[in-house]
Design a binder for this molecule. Sequence first.
Ligand code: ADP
Ligand code: MG
Length: 238
Amino acid sequence: MANVILRDIRKSFGAVDVIKGIDLSIEAGEFCVFVGPSGCGKSTLLRMIAGLDTQSSGQIEIGGRDVSGLEPSDRGIAMVFQSYALYPHLTVRENIGFGLALAKRPKAEIAERVGAAAEALQLTHLLDRKPKALSGGQRQRVAIGRAIVRDPKVFLFDEPLSNLDAALRAQMRLELTELHAKLGATMIYVTHDQVEAMTMADKIVVLNGGHIEQVGRPMDLYDRPATPFVAGFIGSPK
Ligand code: ADP
Ligand code: MG
């Protein structure tokens, strides 16, 4: 696990300022949720931490290291997206191990790491299946498995549950919370769903229009919202 520090991060697309000066400190091992309405800049911020996008100005540190010039693969992070993007022609085992095979890791090591990830995600009995023979929740677990095998210091999730139905979302929320407890890794989790934020987070960062409205533990935000925006957003679960 590693801590993550953002210093005065700004991002413009052309003349449009999308991220307007974000300062934030995320502790090692923390489950930190970025929550806010659609278009407020959550994905853009996460993509800059991942290195998939470059900030216009400001500094990003992961584990005490300035990662600003580093490729995504050198940042010690793994990202899980809303669309699972599994390879349809590969088995669950091959999908989970794909990145390790690409990196030419020894076969025995790949087998061991895929086995451990599958066990953590209750996928062991499904390792020989193809994605089309899996449910939506199982597919999302495979996508998470692909992140786990890389043993990242920081997991980045961008709305990973929004394609799932309500019952499955509730179950996956619990599973992700358990996984966090088991792995002890730092997790940064983006959602527009305040229920997800309130139930999963150690720390919530409420974003609005490219800036931070408030940072705090779920109950702090609920009991003492800093702005009417936070009160309205947190106080009105769907
Ligand atoms: P969120 O994930 O909170 O819904 P995004 O980070 O995707 O929001 O987008 C924030 C704002 O930045 C939106 O207004 C969006 O249209 C704009 N934006 C995102 N990516 C680009 C891009 N590549 N080019 C231009 N504008 C973009
Ligand atoms: Mg988004």
